[in-house]
Design a protein around this ligand. Structure first.
Ligand code: SF4
Ligand SMILES: [Zn+2]
Length: 357
């Protein structure tokens, strides 16, 4: 991942900007953030090292563009065409452009934009329902090959289901606000957006908790350095493609598709709540599937007794042999953290789909 800030400085624009981190950081150096200036990195994608090679290469992807300003701010109008040219000339790099000023985009796109550049993802930020309802219709009308939505800082519960149903949005990112005056972000809002993403088949990413995070009515003050890791620990990210693919393959197996949750299982899941079921899943996987050596491998998952066992058989996550055959995860070694996370996500997705039946 790389960051390219061709210009610096921004004007506060909507309520999400109240505690803008650019302003907070500049204030420490007595710098006025409202003045927009070109930076020394303006032509970073064209910069070369002393061997004549580009400084930014494919391994730096994605390139987050304009993170200390807004890409579509009007002060930058005279400079933007040079930026588009650089982006167009480096198709092997992928640029991520995050903006609150989506309604300016139409007037700021390059002549050869067409349906969008293959190497650009446009991200529309909306911090609350009002901004979502103002910006997202404009965003959907805009040509772009890759579109994402960000709720950062997420200031309230936001219903974007009607926009997601367009099928244009590939991913939604949520996060809280950082800084000493951070407004609260509630876990329920995050989970609600996640549900909307799953319904619409869009990816979901919980990026960070923010400094004041509310869960089950209690507000936790979370240190800056833990805000990302705490979000990732929640284990609620959702990638529809990989999981949807494997679930589709499994549904074509007569054996695997013969497993279903019973009414008793469903009542049990409703009583416990999905979060607890996820914990059970994690325990089972870590104890019975993750170790390098499992003495009763192939027989460690009972056929009944817990809904997760059923899910494991349905999803071919019952033993290391099935994991290897169906998920290409090798045997005779400990599972990595990512693999464990993936298996838990497959199982939870299967359970969520069964619960909708
Ligand atoms: S648009 Fe972004 S960079 Fe500009 S003031 Fe708002 S939060 Fe800060
Ligand atoms: Zn098995």
């Amino acid at each position: 991942m790389a960051i390219w800030n061709p210009w610096h400085g921004c004007k506060k624009y909507s309520s999400g900007c109240l505690n803008c981190y650019v302003y907070r950081r500049d204030a420490q150096f007595g710098k006025d953030s409202s003045i927009v200036t070109k930076t020394a990195d303006f032509n970073l994608p064209f910069k070369k090292n002393k061997n004549g090679e580009y400084k930014l290469t494919e391994k730096d992807n994605p390139v987050y563009t304009c993170m200390t300003s807004d890409f579509f701010i009007d002060e930058a109008d005279p400079w933007r065409n040079d930026i588009w040219e650089m982006i167009f000339s480096r198709p092997e790099l992928h640029f991520i452009i995050i903006t609150k000023r989506i309604e300016r985009a139409e007037y700021c796109l390059p002549i050869n934009w067409g349906e969008g550049y293959e190497n650009v993802t446009l991200v529309c930020t909306c911090e609350n329902q009002t901004e979502a309802d103002k910006r997202l219709p404009v965003f959907l009308d805009l040509p772009a090959l890759h579109k994402e939505i960000t709720h950062e800082p997420m200031l309230e519960k936001i219903d974007i289901s009607s926009y997601l149903s367009s099928g244009q949005i590939s991913r939604v990112v949520c996060g809280g606000e950082s800084g000493s005056d951070a407004r609260i972000c509630d876990y329920e809002w995050i989970l609600d957006t996640r549900r909307q993403c799953i319904d619409a088949g869009a990816a979901f990413y919980f990026k960070q908790t923010g400094a004041n995070f509310r869960k089950n009515g209690r507000v936790y003050n979370i240190e800056r350095r833990l805000q990302h890791s705490q979000a990732s620990k929640a284990g609620i990210n959702y990638e529809p493609d990989a999981i949807a693919d494997v679930l589709k393959r499994l549904s074509s197996s007569r054996f695997r598709s013969g497993f279903h949750l019973t009414d008793k299982d469903k009542t049990y899941i409703k009583e416990k709540g999905m979060e607890t079921i996820r914990k059970h899943t994690s325990d089972f996987i870590n104890k019975r599937l993750a170790p390098a050596y499992i003495p009763n491998d192939g027989k460690q998952t009972p056929m009944r007794g817990h809904p997760v066992f059923t899910a494991q058989h349905a999803c071919a996550c019952c033993c290391r042999g099935c994991l290897e055959k169906w998920h290409h995860i090798g045997k005779n070694r400990e599972l990595t953290e990512n693999e464990t996370e993936y298996i838990i996500n497959v199982l939870m997705s299967w359970i969520e789909i069964q619960m909708m039946d």
